[in-house]
Design a protein around this ligand. Structure first.
Ligand code: A3P
Length: 308
């Protein structure tokens, strides 16, 4: 009989010597952390159960927030049950791979019975076919490009397994060219947008969630065919506020040791705002970014907001 994998925290400490800022390797033209690319055939062969739910995002678009909302909705707002384990163990990250004995997303999933909630950052064309064949529900969360970029920049500073972000100005260029882990933000948000009706994807915006969290929690609830009382919905909104999640050790990623997430450089729960990009972009950078944005987004009309 196989042993249950170690917890993330224990395993990361054991693997300390083999952890590094992994380079990116392309899979079908999309740059991914090299350990993910190395296991690509088993990742793409993953077959979910029809009852499994996928939460898909470009990195730093509000994944953890949405994971917490979904977990609470599925457990009728029971705060204690939702503190049973850190996010990464409650809702495995499908494609994540790291040196042993850190459990991969696939290993964690093997030990969980459906219905499972699964996280991915894969662009739609790389999502394992089984999700579409089995008509799994998919929640996609998108965040406006400038705030998403700022958040990813700070994340790459503190996540010591991601490539070095380098200087801010160069990071903007990398983002615009799609030279970051999981590739182009532009292709990512467009890919899911174009397929959202055909594939019954619930497409959410971070800005809408900030503006009116209750409305968006209810949208998710309806999509999941759940019906919770008003009091429970209020409780979920409160438990998933930035402030409360920042202090929740099962949701704020303090369970990841400093050798991977160095929160003294930048906290995982950093600001949680719309419009922080104005504190980072110079007027010239903003203009250059906007001109390029128009070109890259010319074929779609996705209602992103950079302020609320
Ligand atoms: P900032 O870096 O702008 O603060 P992800 O979970 O996809 O990695 O996204 C992380 C971003 O979502 C971070 O953005 C983080 O602070 C923000 N976030 C996490 N929980 C949040 C919440 N409850 N409300 C608002 N923003 C949240």
């Amino acid at each position: 009989m196989e042993e249950t994998p170690l917890s993330y925290e224990e395993a990361i400490n054991k693997a300390a010597g083999s952890l590094t800022r992994f380079p990116l390797t392309e899979v079908q033209g999309v740059p991914l952390m090299s350990p993910i690319a190395g296991q690509w055939s088993s990742i793409s062969a993953f077959c979910p159960d029809p009852s499994d739910l996928l939460i898909a995002t470009y990195p730093k678009a509000g994944t953890t927030w949405t994971q917490e909302i979904v977990d609470l909705l599925l457990h009728n707002g029971d705060e204690e049950i939702c503190k049973r384990a850190p996010t990464v163990e409650r809702i495995p990250f499908l494609e994540i791979q790291a040196p042993p004995p850190i459990p991969s997303g696939l290993q964690l999933l093997k030990f969980m019975k459906p219905p499972r909630v699964i996280k991915t950052h894969l662009p739609i064309q790389l999502v394992p076919e089984g999700f579409w064949e089995n008509k799994c529900k998919v929640i996609y969360v998108a965040r406006n490009a400038k705030d998403n970029l700022v958040s990813y920049y700070h994340f790459d500073r503190m996540n010591l397994t991601q490539p070095e972000p380098g200087p801010w100005d160069g990071y903007i260029q990398k983002f615009m060219r799609g030279n970051l882990g999981w590739g182009s933000w532009y292709d990512h948000v467009k890919g899911y947008w174009k397929e959202r009706e055909k594939r019954n994807i619930l497409y959410l915006f971070y800005e809408d969630m900030k503006e009116n969290p209750r409305r968006e929690v209810e949208r998710i609830m309806h999509y999941l065919d759940l019906s919770l009382s008003d009091d429970i919905i209020d409780k979920i909104v409160q438990l998933t506020s930035f402030k409360v999640m920042k202090d929740n050790p099962m949701a704020n990623y303090t369970f990841i040791p400093k050798i991977v997430f160095d929160q003294s450089i930048s906290e995982f729960m950093r600001k949680g705002e719309v419009g922080d990009w104005t504190n980072h972009f110079t007027p010239a950078q903003s203009q250059m970014f906007d001109e390029d944005y128009k070109r890259q987004m010319a074929d779609v009309d996705i209602p992103f907001r950079t302020s609320i």
